[in-house]
Design a protein around this ligand. Structure first.
Ligand SMILES: NC(=O)c1ccc[n+]([C@@H]2O[C@H](COP(=O)([O-])OP(=O)(O)OC[C@H]3O[C@@H](n4cnc5c(N)ncnc54)[C@H](OP(=O)(O)O)[C@@H]3O)[C@@H](O)[C@H]2O)c1
Length: 332
């Protein structure tokens, strides 16, 4: 491991860690996701620097899935390289998650929630990352055709085999969450965490899911907290050529950048400026003000973006006036 990475000795000085539901696990307020920017179409020098800088700043949690890339599997392979090039020395300081539930390979056993798929997919993920176990394995989405007992039964066995330390679910609606949690509990394996989309622009978790998780003692990690970059200054003056909305492999669609959205973004940006924050910082802080949100799971295409987002920790307090003003903009 020539020139291998060595972590900053001050990495734990500034990050705050929040308890994940009623569990023994603390997660950093800000976690890093590898959905975009870590695939075979991306540049190792750039994304490895993002991962190392994240850990240097106390981000102990890295989130993957079997099909992150493109191409599918390449984010896990590339994360395996990052581990091999130094990050892996700190394995016991890391919470690494992966998932299965969306399409991964051809045929009837490479998608959804069967035991067959979940078991095979995790074995593949471990091989790609060069790991013996992941910390969290997720059912990536509920499968309406497979009994929840089968999907959760596979998760239980995965935990018992030691291939994952904890079980998680993602994209489950409140009622589906209750059923999954019960099925896991019946086998003596708690559900650690729910990964759900949550941002100022997508608040589906607020009416019910957040309180279900709070009552059942399950942590919540908010994905796409910047609405894939919309909640930043990225699109204030058009669509930059290197942005997710412009890149062919990006999952943010140009159609999502409407005039109404841009007007909301500009008005939110004004409030952020008054608070002495960038819009990205404010959007993350707005989520973190709710103690039921364990962590915000960001993406970043540069070290600069990551560093901006880390500053969100510095001010997560909002005055009633600010909250009312934000609410008015979001409801417009
Ligand atoms: N469970 C699920 O179904 C699911 C689904 C989606 C995501 N996830 C997880 O959530 C993670 C995060 O999702 P996401 O990438 O959509 O999160 P996000 O934080 O909402 O968006 C990240 C993107 O926003 C832009 N950005 C970030 N910080 C910025 C800043 N300070 N200023 C300007 N632009 C900034 C960058 O886009 P540019 O590329 O334009 O620079 C970046 O790639 C994923 O990696 C994955 O781990 C899970």
């Amino acid at each position: 491991m020539e020139n291998a990475y060595t972590a900053d000795e001050h990495r734990y000085d500034a990050m705050n860690y929040r308890r994940c539901g009623r569990s023994g696990i603390l997660l950093p307020a800000i976690s890093l996701g590898l959905w975009h920017n870590f695939g075979s179409v991306d540049d190792y020098a750039n994304y490895s620097r993002i991962a190392f800088t994240a850990f240097d700043n106390g981000i102990t949690h890295f989130d993957l899935a079997n099909n992150y890339g493109p191409v599918y599997g390449s984010a896990e392979e590339n994360f395996g390289k990052i581990l091999k090039n130094g990050l892996g020395r700190y394995r016991d300081e890391l919470i690494i998650s992966t998932k299965a539930g969306y399409d991964m390979w051809a045929g009837p056993y490479g998608n959804w929630g069967s035991r067959k798929y979940l078991m095979a997919s995790l074995d593949q993920s471990l091989r790609r990352m060069g790991l013996e176990y992941v910390d969290i394995f997720y059912s990536h989405r509920p499968d309406p055709e497979t009994p929840v007992e089968e999907t959760m039964g596979a998760m239980v066995d995965i935990v018992r085999q030691g291939k994952a330390l904890y079980a998680g679910i993602s994209n489950y609606k409140p009622e589906q969450t209750r059923k999954a949690v019960e099925a896991l509990r019946a086998c003596g394996v708690p559900c650690l965490i729910h990964q759900a989309r949550y941002s100022m622009f997508d608040r589906w978790v607020e009416p019910e899911l957040l309180s279900v998780l709070d009552e059942t003692g399950i942590g919540m990690i908010a994905f796409s907290p910047l609405a894939q970059g919309l909640l930043s200054d990225r699109y204030l003056h058009g669509i930059p050529a290197d942005s997710r909305a412009a890149r062919e492999t990006g999952r943010l669609k140009r159609e999502q950048i409407t005039d109404e959205r841009l007007s909301q973004i500009a008005r939110l940006n004004e409030i952020a400026r008054r608070r002495g924050q960038s819009l990205a910082e404010m959007a993350l802080a707005w989520l973190l003000r709710d103690r039921r949100v364990t962590s915000v799971l960001i993406g970043a295409s540069s070290v600069e973006q990551l560093k901006t987002n880390l500053r969100a920790r510095n001010n997560t307090a909002f005055s009633d006036e600010e909250l009312t003003e934000i609410e008015k903009i979001l409801r417009a």
